[in-house]
Design a protein around this ligand. Structure first.
Ligand code: SF4
Length: 254
């Protein structure tokens, strides 16, 4: 099974049709996943048993990597269209996440003021006010809810601690809709969050939260758990249809 793990703190720039020239930021260990979830579809692969004991890069290392890369690109006259926090797991786990956000925003303003800063997060740490405050500073806080049913989320996302969709939804209300909701749809014997029951619960969550944008997608690579099936573009569009009719802004990435 092919997995994708980052081997650096700052990665790129990579060219993407959707976001242009993009710099990636990884606040997790190099070449190992650390996350509060262990999603059955995760491109980083499965969680190692010793994940919690792996050292994260220090604030100083992260700041030096950001400063080095942005200054070098600026000196070379290379532009950046976007900066995205993704990496080998959940970026808000880093204890200095708020300070790192401030640092990247300062570097962005100095060197690439037009660049859009995005953070992909599974939203499990929105119970921390400092994490919410940091996420509100970036252009695109991209918050995950795959399943609106707790029992299905337990199978699909495999949270490491207690996880309650209702609590996450309450925490997301702090954004007052000014965020991007990311939702992965999959099918198969292991889990299928495209059933009428699962979609109805998800629609209800979307209507409560009213995110300014929704990213709806399916698996693009091998998955760490066998039997996770891709949902094709037509099925993604069909799943999105009731919300599109209600005026929600949904980007479908098949
Ligand atoms: S939240 Fe993201 S990084 Fe964490 S296990 Fe799920 S897909 Fe992987």
């Amino acid at each position: 099974m092919a997995t994708f793990l980052w081997d650096d703190i700052v990665f790129g720039p990579i060219h993407s049709r959707r976001v242009g020239r993009s710099l990636g930021i990884n606040l997790l260990p190099l070449r190992a996943k650390v996350c509060t979830f262990d999603c059955v579809y995760c491109e980083c692969g499965g969680l190692r048993k010793d994940a919690d004991s792996l050292a994260l890069p220090t604030l100083e290392q992260v700041m030096a990597a950001i400063d080095g890369k942005t200054a070098t690109l600026a000196e070379q006259g290379q532009g950046i269209d976007s900066i995205s926090f993704t990496g080998n797991g959940e970026p808000t786990i880093h204890p200095d996440f708020p300070a790192i956000i401030d640092h990247i925003l300062a570097a962005r303003d100095r060197y690439f003021p037009q660049a859009v800063v995005s953070v992909f997060t599974n939203a499990t740490r929105l119970d921390r006010p400092e994490v919410v405050a940091a996420l509100k500073k970036v252009d695109n806080p991209i918050l995950k809810i795959d399943c609106a049913l707790d029992n299905m989320a337990a199978v699909m996302n495999r949270p490491k601690g207690a996880y309650s969709v209702a609590r996450v939804v309450e925490n997301m209300k702090a954004f007052e809709g000014n965020f991007v909701l990311q939702t992965m749809l999959v099918k198969g014997d292991v889990v299928d969050n495209t059933t009428p029951e699962a979609l109805a619960a998800w629609y209800d969550v979307v209507r409560q939260l009213r995110p300014r944008e929704i990213m709806l997608y399916s698996v693009a690579r091998d998955t760490p758990v066998e039997g996770i099936l891709k949902v094709d573009a037509d099925s993604l569009r069909a799943a999105a249809a009731p919300l599109l009719e209600e005026g929600f802004n949904i980007q479908i990435n098949a």
